[in-house]
Ligand binder design. Structure first.
Ligand code: GDP
Length: 297
């Protein structure tokens, strides 16, 4: 019995967009994510985020936040979607301006379209001598994807991920898109969300990076993630700082699960430990039965 909680309209408040970065290999996805992660755009913090984790939050000088899934490539996106996870609110499609729309660019675009997620194009590597962003936009137009400069409605931004050129404008366009989407969540309910990555850490036990999509997750909460469960012993933000709670659109790393759930697994907080255990055991059983059935075939 995994009931669905319906949020009362008066409990809904705006939440930050959750963004994924996709595109053809070598077009600059990692460079863009690294630049944003390391850049000092985060208000009130002296440095960027140094360590890599599967998702991070940035806060712009005006106080607005964006959550990035740091799992470049559409493999992670499709794997999560295959598990029923609908995490991203929009997709940044990176295209190198010294190259052109490539097979994986087309794939990334169709994945985002299938998920009904709005696109923003980041036309990258404009610092390179042979860069020709207009050629890329023309190609997009031929695919019926009209960017704003070409009289269309799709946002696009010329950038250099390597030099950090116009990345702030790209972030502003993400926030503009988010405004149109009117993203909302209810911070008062028990948290639900999706697992981004998980692993067994020598000293710390099972460490899972998750993103809260609705509600607020707190230290001490009983969580079920996939067929794993546990009491949240500690939570860390993208800077490795301990936090007591995480609201909607917040990625956090949690300690305390009894195993490593799979990326794309949903997680949910339960009122009490007994209920959490029961659900996790039932899921484990189902999974075992499924495995046996597949082995028989
Ligand atoms: P990914 O495969 O899409 O993640 O691409 P990477 O971020 O790994 O970038 C591929 C290569 O392009 C690397 O050698 C980067 O240094 C380079 N690169 C990425 N962005 C830029 C850019 O804006 N300008 C230049 N000149 N090179 C870039």
């Amino acid at each position: 019995t995994e009931d669905v909680v319906v949020d009362a309209p008066e409990d809904l408040v705006p939440r930050a967009p959750i963004v994924t970065v996709m595109g053809h290999v070598d077009h600059g996805k990692t460079s863009l994510l690294d630049y944003i992660r390391k850049a000092n755009v985060i208000a009130g913090e002296s440095g960027g985020i140094t360590q890599h984790i599967g998702a991070y939050n940035v806060e712009l000088p005006n106080g607005q936040r964006i959550a990035f899934l740091d799992t470049p490539g559409h493999e992670a996106f499709t794997a999560m979607r295959a598990r029923g996870a609908q995490v991203t609110d929009m997709a940044i499609i990176v295209i190198a301006a010294d190259d052109q729309v490539m097979p994986q660019t087309r794939e990334a675009i169709s994945h985002a379209q299938a998920a009904e997620v709005p696109l923003i194009f980041a036309i990258n590597k404009i610092d390179k001598p042979g860069a020709n962003p207009e050629k890329v936009k023309e190609q997009l137009a031929q695919m019926n994807l009209l960017v704003e400069d070409w009289g269309g409605t799709i946002q696009s931004q010329d950038i250099s991920a390597k030099q950090g050129l116009h990345v702030e404008e790209l972030l502003e366009k993400i926030l503009l898109e988010a405004e149109v989407l009117e993203l909302k969540a209810n911070p008062k309910r028990l948290a639900i969300g999706t697992v981004v990555e998980a692993a067994l850490d020598k000293g710390r036990g099972y460490v899972s990076t998750i993103i809260v999509q609705n509600g607020t997750l707190r230290v001490g909460d009983y969580v079920v993630a996939g067929s794993n469960h546990g009491k949240v012993r500690a939570m860390l933000d993208e800077r490795g700082n301990q936090v007591k709670e995480a609201g909607p659109s917040t990625p956090v790393t949690i300690l305390g699960l009894d195993g490593a759930p799979t990326a794309g697994d949903k997680f949910r907080v339960f009122e009490d430990e007994r209920e959490a255990k029961q659900i996790a055991t039932k899921r484990e059983q189902l999974q075992r039965e499924q495995t046996i059935r597949t082995q028989k075939h």
